[in-house]
Design a protein around this ligand. Structure first.
Ligand SMILES: [Zn+2]
Ligand SMILES: [Zn+2]
Length: 171
């Protein structure tokens, strides 16, 4: 696990400037730690589409893939496996300045594992949820609010200490 096409040597494509290639590669992505929980990335292995354009001074790359992230819903704690479409670009022309020096490409060797993982993490929403309409849990009783329905409510119950005071006053 975790070894497959984690790095890919673009040099072996022997491309000349202006040439373009499309590749399908398999990448193993380790589980992501989000908040206090661990989220599995699927499918395993992840199939990514890599487009490589050889430029005069380097490479222009496009990475696309569909991935699922599995773990506890951050609202209701039930199982969640939302899917995400990732489509990112990277240019590596280190001679043309630091801004064009990709952190994922070193001497033509692409760190596909790190790029895939970072691109996925950056495309995740703030909260991993089981479904868009997940309403979370009732703060009072812990019921799943989506299945409990819109009428779910609790009578405002006074703090037990106040109840004691009220008893004293009445008595
Ligand atoms: Zn949920
Ligand atoms: Zn409740």
């Amino acid at each position: 696990m975790g070894r497959r096409a984690d790095s890919f040597d673009l040099n072996r494509l022997r491309m000349t400037a202006g040439e373009a290639r499309r590749l399908e590669l398999e990448v193993a992505v380790d589980a992501l730690s989000l908040g206090a929980d661990s989220y599995r990335v699927g499918p395993e292995p992840l199939v990514v589409r890599l487009e490589v354009v050889r430029t005069t001074n380097g490479y222009a790359l496009r990475l696309r893939f569909s991935a699922t992230v599995s773990g506890p819903c951050m609202r209701c704690l039930g199982p969640a496996t939302p899917g995400f479409e990732v489509d990112v670009y990277e240019v590596s022309q280190p001679q043309d300045g630091e801004q064009l020096d990709s952190p994922y490409l070193d001497a033509g060797v692409l760190d596909l594992g790190a790029w895939t993982r970072d691109a996925l993490v950056l495309s995740l929403p703030a909260a991993i949820i089981c479904r868009d309409e997940c309403a979370g849990l009732c703060a009072v009783c812990g019921a799943d609010l989506a299945s409990a329905g819109p009428d779910h409510a609790h009578a405002a119950s006074p703090d037990p200490r106040w109840a004691k005071l009220a008893e004293l006053r009445l008595g």
